[in-house]
Each structure stands twice: as C-alpha cells, then as structure tokens.
Design a protein. Structure first.
Length: 196
C-alpha cells in the first residue's frame, strides 16, 4: 500500500545520500562547482545588457591637396580633430581610421604626419629625417617593398594628395577631378623612382 510518509523519507534519504556523495568526494565537489560556474556564466551572458560604446565620429573627407614635409607634420593625430596622415612613396594617405596604429601611443605613431617610406622599406618603426627624403639610396628590393606597402595603404585608406619635393608647386586640384588624377598607377603620380 502507498505510504506518503515512507515516500517522503525515502526521497529525503536519496537527497542526503547524494549530498554526502558530493561532499565526501573532492572530484564530485569540483565537478559540481564547475557545473555551477558554467550555469552562472550562461545565465549571466543571457541576462547581461550589452554595453554600448558609441563609434568614434568619422571626420569629413579631406579635400584633395598636396603637402610639403613641414605641412604634413601637424597631422600626427595630436590636433583637436585627431586626423592622421602618412606619406608613402610620394603620396599622402588619410590613415585616421587606423589611428590606433599611427596615432599618439600607437605602435607606428612615428609614421603619423611623416613619410613612412624608408621605415617601411627597412623594417624600422621610426623616421630619422625631418627633411624631404628622396629615397634615392634605397635598393630595388627596398623600393619594391615601398610600392607593396603603398598598395596596401591605397587599398585601405583615402588618398589625399602628393608629398611635395622641395620647391615643387602644389597641384591645383579642381573639385571635378577624381582620385585617378592624383595616383594613376600603384606607385601614383607622386611615386618616386630611382631615376627621380
Ligand atoms: C615584432 C614585430 C611586429 C609585429 C609583431 C607586428 C604586428 C602587426 C600586426 C598584428 C598588425 C596587424 C594589426 C591589425 O590589422 O589589426 C600589423 C600591422 C602593421 N605593421 Fe606591424 N608588426 C611588427 C613589426 C612591424 C614593423 C617593423 C613595421 C614597419 C617598419 C610594421 C608596420 C606595420 C604596418 C604599417 C601595419 C599596417 C597597419 C594598418 O593597417 O594601417 N610592423 N603589425
């Protein structure tokens, strides 16, 4: 015959048996802790409200223009708008979206506002000269490396204009002109060759 009291005490026995099994065996105890931790993580991840970090406002596209080495300098990300420009192979790129690389404190901050060509070609994360660098002493492999780097920059960043040689007049870009007028080849209009 079904006895309620017996059944209750039986289930109580099973429960206390399980509890003593858990407590007495360190392995079981560890497994229970692990399961509890995993359940906690799952519940937490489901209930957590994702934190919202507003995206950095994007700057308006720079009007096409050429830069002297001196003019380029101020675009190292320290200005109020935080814009960063980098020259590679005679062309200037707006690398602001790669600010974490080239902006203040970034691993390649030395390239911000500078001509990075020589550094990129010689695996040096620094720019040694404050003057215009004609790269004429780089060998053909190094120049090839400069061009490959430039292709990457061209792929990822906006081209702004040319890096001017000393005494070179800036190009007068009209509003209608498209980017191809600045850089027609991978090397670009500002490309420097050994013959330059
Ligand atoms: C131990 C040496 C180095 C390590 C571990 C390293 C690591 C990296 C990594 C992981 C990235 C890709 C970052 C990303 O796309 O999220 C990167 C990008 C880059 N690295 Fe390096 N790097 C090293 C040395 C150098 C050197 C010597 C140079 C130049 C002289 C250099 C120039 C660059 C440049 C220009 C980028 C591209 C950033 C962009 O997308 O604009 N790196 N590096």
């Amino acid at each position: 015959m079904f006895n309620m009291a017996e059944s209750a005490s039986e289930s109580g026995n099973i429960f206390s048996h399980i509890m003593s099994e858990i407590i007495e065996s360190p392995l079981n105890l560890a497994l229970v802790c692990l399961i509890a931790f995993l359940i906690y993580k799952i519940v937490k991840s489901r209930t957590e409200v994702p934190s919202f970090t507003p995206p950095e406002p994007t700057l308006p596209k720079l009007k096409k223009r050429d830069f002297t080495v001196e003019e380029l300098k101020k675009y190292d990300g320290t200005q109020e708008d935080g814009r960063v420009l980098v020259a590679v192979n005679g062309n200037v790129y707006d690398v602001t979206k790669g600010k974490r690389f080239y902006g203040p404190g970034g691993p390649y901050a030395a390239f911000g506002g500078k001509d990075a060509s020589r550094g990129l070609a010689t695996f040096s994360v620094s720019v040694k000269t404050e003057e215009y660098d004609d790269l004429s002493d780089l060998n053909s492999m190094e120049m090839e490396s400069v061009r490959e780097w430039e292709a990457q920059f061209k792929d990822k960043y906006d081209l702004v204009g040319k890096l001017l040689k000393p005494g070179e007049e800036p190009t007068n870009y009209s509003d209608e002109e498209d980017e191809s007028s600045v850089a027609t080849t991978v090397g670009g209009a500002g490309e420097r060759t050994k013959e330059d």
